[in-house]
Design a protein around this ligand. Sequence first.
Ligand code: NAD
Ligand code: UDP
Length: 312
Amino acid sequence: MKTVLVTGGAGFIGSHLCKFLLEKNEKVICVDNLFTGRKENIQELMNIPNFRFIEHDIIDPLYLDDIKIDQIYNLACPASPVHYQFNPIRTVKANTLGVINILGLAKRHRARILQASTSEVYGDPIEHPQKESYRGSVNCIGKRSCYDEGKRVAETLFFDYHREHNVDIRIARIFNTFGPNMTKNDGRVISNFIVQALNNEDITVYGTGKQTRSFCYVDDTMRGLYNLMNTENFTGPVNIGNPRESCVLEIAELIVKLSNSNSKIKFDPLPPDDPKQRNPDISLAREKLNWEPKIKLEDGLKDTIEYFRKII
Ligand code: NAD
Ligand code: UDP
């Protein structure tokens, strides 16, 4: 039995990961400052003896000398543009000071550590689909840069700790993920559209809606992270995402149809630096992790619609 620390474990992806690890019989320590995460996401785990929750901000050092930690998943960082831009300086701190603290913890415990990086490191990509070798096209002074550049420097820190201190690292570049436990007000496209559709309100498509994303259901993303963590002699970075690409307008129409809604589409201004296209090349994940997404977009959306129907 391993002891696994999940930072950001009360968030959307983190809460699924904690549950999955407990089902694999691991001991799980969830560290979260509850900024975008919620106790409700981990409520059902609270009474499990192998689960421990620590309310803590990774911007402050964390030692945990009373236990031996074997693996760390570092997910602590707000992920939706609305939330990471709410306090951009804190977002940069989480990705620099926070990442240094957690890498220091990994070094001290000789633990393997996985970073939840992002497709945002590719910025508004010129190469399409994106391979891991693509170096990206990021605006370093824009509103998204606290997150994009934060995640880029986090990758740099991971590789420097690896080279300088022999820390055993893994880097996953996660593409847009959706599913139950997203918050209804986090501003991300799938949660916004589903909540609007279920309330029969206008669907807010930003810009023309021709911009594309590739959406991966959370169970698939989580399996990808787990496989990466448990693969030997491979640091990544590796793309974890679904290669099915859809434009935002198509997603809006699909959600209206699947939720039997009367909502109409309304076009709002496009936020600055919004990437025009995004699609992962997952050849590396297929080869090294024996991983690819299994859940169809429509099936994942139906599950997510049911989740939101229950909570709103
Ligand atoms: P989320 O906002 O639901 O989860 C992030 C969690 O981290 C929350 O529980 C939050 O309270 C916690 N947190 C934030 N700052 C913290 C800090 N300083 N100290 C301790 N805890 C802190 O987002 P998510 O979608 O679950 O994303 C999880 C990770 O995956 C993030 O690092 C994100 O950048 C990355 N990621 C997510 C996606 C996606 O589509 N969901 C895509 C790419 C990368
Ligand atoms: N988007 C939209 N309407 C919304 C929320 C988002 O049209 O109500 C668009 C947004 O402009 C972007 C895409 O959907 O082009 C994905 O946005 P999200 O915030 O989910 O993720 P990210 O931009 O970080 O990929």
